[in-house]
Design a protein around this ligand. Sequence first.
Ligand code: PXL
Length: 247
Amino acid sequence: MKKKLRRKTTKILTIAGADPSGGAGVQADLRTFHYFGLSASSVVTAVTAQNEKKFISVNAVSAKVLKDQLHSVGPCDFVKIGMLGTRENVQEVIRYLKKTKPKCVVLDPVLCSSTGTRLLEKSALPLLIQKLFPLCTLVTPNLLESAILTDLPVTNLDQVKTAAITLLKNSPGLKSVLIKGGHLQDSATDLLRDGKNFHLFSGKRFPKSFHGTGCVLSSAILAELSQNQSMKESVSKAKKYVSMMMR
Ligand code: PXL
């Protein structure tokens, strides 16, 4: 009898908000995975209505709707997490990760839009930091998110270093942190704290901040990690991809 060969393919998933303009969220994540030759599942946490000029509205899905989607996708090896919206949705994702134990989780802690609309309930922060971050391989806050998450000022490189150490200390289990320094006073340097090492990635400052670059960067990092690249190498390559996209 012919033996059935079961091919083990790597499963990739993004859990994020939907952006009809395509610049951010699930749409940007899937486009990035596609560029890297990867197909991925996607689970929607919230529906935004926005375009280049205006952020119109945001509506999170209920925890039941999120749970049903996660259940329908099942376990995945590599998971990217973006906007979550509510405390209940953070809780649901924690349950999913604990049950399915992915190999690698990259989380972009989306707290507000570039226009200032809140994209995660304030009451979700303690759960995010204490229970969700510890299940992650990498968390990628920008300067403002790092300041909110640590309750520290984060405007220069020394403060970025302190914030990275604090983030890791406050979330035991979290493996690494990448703080995106695009708006730093002195330079546009990103800092990776990977285990006990710091790695600096200096980049060109772009005259205009682009909506959705955080989504693209974290997805590109996950894509590289899924191809067995080291964390440092994955961040470096993903940053090159984002610069290329912005140009
Ligand atoms: O860039 C942050 C972000 C992430 N995800 C979604 C968004 C935004 C910003 O607007 O709408 C769905």
